[in-house]
Write a protein that binds this ligand. Structure first.
Ligand code: AQP
Length: 343
């Protein structure tokens, strides 16, 4: 049987990229799973702390994210849905893994390098070094490895941008197995499941991905956006002035992004969608993209609005999820402690 683990940060309202790139795939995995597959989905609050968060907003996002996971169709009877910060085994294992992780490996993470570059740009100073960045950001991938290994997960459905982190996780699992031998290797080497070829790009700058943290609200479609917001954001999406629609991600990234979105919403092949719009105008194309997005999000949006008020229900789901998660990771941590000598 497979053990599937994935996580999402409670850093704000999920956008179309999170839905198409992650959450809807989690639901698909849940639907297609074999009866003895274990599915574990976590809201990773400790990861969110690596960037500054307003405590009130974080607390609200944390609760809302649980409502979102239920609203998109995750079933707490089938999947373990819980807050990372309510299972301390993650932090314990992260510390232990930190102690076997070479700094050089973390310095090579592209996510770390891009944070460093962003900090240099923000200060307009190419001499800025890592001393200004926090240690949590540096060791973020080790916490992610702990999230996965605490459940001895075999499959990790996350975006392509996470590939390097999964490789690090495999390295750490392998290193631990080699150093701390038992009757059999403790950790399976988890596989990266690339859940979607659809990487959703910013509507305003198709050279970067759609992101929760971009300051431009028009760059992303939120799960909470109503019909008219969806329409106006798609209408305002950056495309180009070439007549007709073709799928050319290099030369026409804006149009290609909208084609990818449309194809992902309707479950069609992107080239087939493109050929249907070859002779159509941008206005008509965008109107159809907006309709498809609206069709996709309207159900989860209504369910989210209903659920977010059900605070007692959400609290009970969180509590049950955390208890199950702790139970599942307890045996791993017991074995880890024994093998390293902390018993
Ligand atoms: N634009 C995207 N297209 C496809 N998938 C995406 N994901 C994020 N953005 C896109 C996937 O969503 C999952 C949860 O991601 P996360 O909460 O760890 O956030 P992130 O990847 O750091 O990106 P966000 O959502 O834009 O948040 P911020 O701005 O806070 O960094 C992951 O599986 C990710 O691949």
């Amino acid at each position: 049987p497979r053990v599937v683990f994935s996580g999402i940060q409670p850093t704000g309202t999920p956008h179309l990229g999170n839905l198409l790139g992650a959450l809807l795939n989690w639901v698909k995995l849940q639907r297609d799973a074999a009866p003895d597959d274990q599915l574990i989905y976590s809201i990773v609050g400790w990861h969110a702390l690596t960037l500054p968060q307003d405590p009130k907003a974080l607390s609200a996002s944390r609760r809302d994210m649980l409502a979102v996971l239920l609203a998109v169709g995750l079933d707490p009877k089938r999947s373990v849905i819980f807050h990372q910060d309510e299972n301390l085994h993650h932090a314990e294992l992260a510390w232990i893994l930190n102690c076997i992780t070479p700094m050089g490996k973390l310095r090579r993470m592209t996510t770390w390098k891009s944070r460093l570059a962003a900090s240099r740009n923000a200060r307009d100073d190419s001499e800025v070094d890592e001393s200004l960045l926090n240690v949590g950001l540096f060791t973020y991938p080790v916490l992610q490895a702990a999230d996965i290994l605490a459940y001895r997960a075999t499959h990790v459905p996350v975006g392509e941008d996470q590939q390097q982190h999964i490789e690090l996780c495999r390295d750490l699992a392998e290193g631990f197995n080699r150093t701390f031998k038992g009757k059999k290797p403790l950790f399976p080497l988890p596989q990266h499941v690339i859940t979607s070829s659809c990487r959703v790009l910013s509507l305003k700058d198709p050279s970067s991905k759609m992101s929760k943290s971009s300051p431009d609200l028009n760059s992303r479609i939120l799960l909470t956006d109503g019909t008219s917001k969806v329409r106006s954001k798609i209408r305002g999406a950056v495309t180009d002035s070439t007549l007709g629609i073709t799928y050319d991600p290099e030369a026409r990234p804006g149009a290609a992004n909208l084609l990818n979105i449309l194809a992902a919403c309707t479950g069609e092949d992107v080239e087939a969608v493109a050929s249907r719009y070859a002779d159509k105008g941008h206005g008509e194309f965008k109107a159809d993209v907006a309709d498809a997005v609206e069709e996709l999000i309207k159900g989860p949006r209504a369910e989210f609005e209903r659920l977010r008020g059900e605070t007692a229900y959400l609290a009970s789901i969180a509590e049950e999820g955390a208890a199950k998660a702790r139970e599942l990771s307890a045996s791993t941590l017991r074995e880890v402690r024994t093998r390293i000598g902390l018993v």
